[in-house]
Design a protein around this ligand. Structure first.
Ligand code: ZN
Length: 290
């Protein structure tokens, strides 16, 4: 079996049983051109390839609180993990928040990085969300959160768990200002992230083939006497159970978000690419929410 280093060095990936050139996947916005599997994509790629275009967005700055408050060490020192995560992701923390325009609609957006300790959230990530929400309120524009996360960062123990309520309070403030909030689930979105900021959005969109749930499937299975469905915690399963409003291909993401924002902001827009059924489904939800 190939080691992780060998897999990283290989020019091929295997998402559907046979090798496919990594370059072909990267060039297709990290979606396999053969099986349509949506691979993980980093914040800058979402901003540059999908939503805004290169150099067409502005980073929202925020403070970075001192992180290793517990002097944590497991198989590695936490400070070493942080150094490695910063180098690997090119980010100062696990969330990059920016402002930009989706077509003619100004938005503020935050996106999680899987390269930064598996998209985990601690104090700096929450600071990024708070600064982004504050900016959305100042500008009176919608807020969008792209999730990809293993949950809260256990190296900072309850200080990371507290961030779930801080982010929730920030979103409540956004709602008090009548500003739309959309969350986008990408593969995987689990742990405290799926139990705080993501499910309280006005509309919850998911990319195809995302895992969405709180505890891992094996943990849930061990605490249940019933066998779990084959598709348990898939985005399709979550949609059937009312946890997700809409599942889309990555290539449809920008148009979908634009159309949803146009409806939420009650703006005239080109809704032609949205099927009639989709519009009425969304309108029903908005009526219920208001
Ligand atoms: Zn594939």
């Amino acid at each position: 079996m190939a080691t992780k280093a060998e897999q990283m060095a290989s020019p091929y990936m295997s998402c559907h049983g046979s090798p496919v050139l990594k370059k072909n996947i990267y060039d297709n916005d990290f979606v396999c051109p053969e099986c349509n599997f949506h691979h993980k994509m980093e914040p800058r790629d979402y901003y540059e390839r999908i939503f805004f275009g290169k150099n067409n967005y502005t980073k929202i700055n925020h403070g970075i609180p001192y992180e290793d408050v517990l002097g944590w060490e497991d198989t590695k020192k936490y400070t070493d993990r942080l150094k490695q995560a910063k180098k690997l992701s090119g980010l100062e923390c696990g969330i990059l928040s920016v402002e930009g325009k989706i077509k003619n609609i100004e938005v503020v957006m935050s996106c999680q990085s899987w390269s930064f300790i598996a998209g985990s959230i601690s104090m700096p990530e929450s600071e990024s969300v708070l600064a982004a929400v504050q900016r959305a309120i100042e500008k009176k524009v919608p807020y969008i959160f792209i999730a990809k996360s293993s949950g809260m960062r256990m190296m900072t123990n309850n200080l990371s768990l507290i961030q779930m309520s801080r982010m929730t309070m920030a979103i409540n403030e956004l709602k008090r200002n009548n500003l739309p909030f959309i969350s986008i689930i990408t593969n995987p979105t689990t742990g405290g992230t799926s139990a705080s900021i993501v499910p309280i959005a006005d509309i919850i969109v998911s990319e195809k083939n995302a895992v969405y749930g709180f505890a891992g499937k094996k943990i849930v299975q061990n605490s249940s006497s019933e066998p779990l469905p084959e598709d348990f915690q898939s985005s399709e399963w979550a949609q059937k159970n009312g946890q997700i409003d809409k599942i889309v291909d990555r290539k449809e993401l920008k148009d979908t978000i634009y159309n949803l924002l146009s409806i939420l902001l009650k703006r005239d827009s080109n809704l032609n690419s949205l099927k009639n059924d989709d519009v009425s489904e969304i309108n029903i939800k908005i009526e219920k929410a208001s």
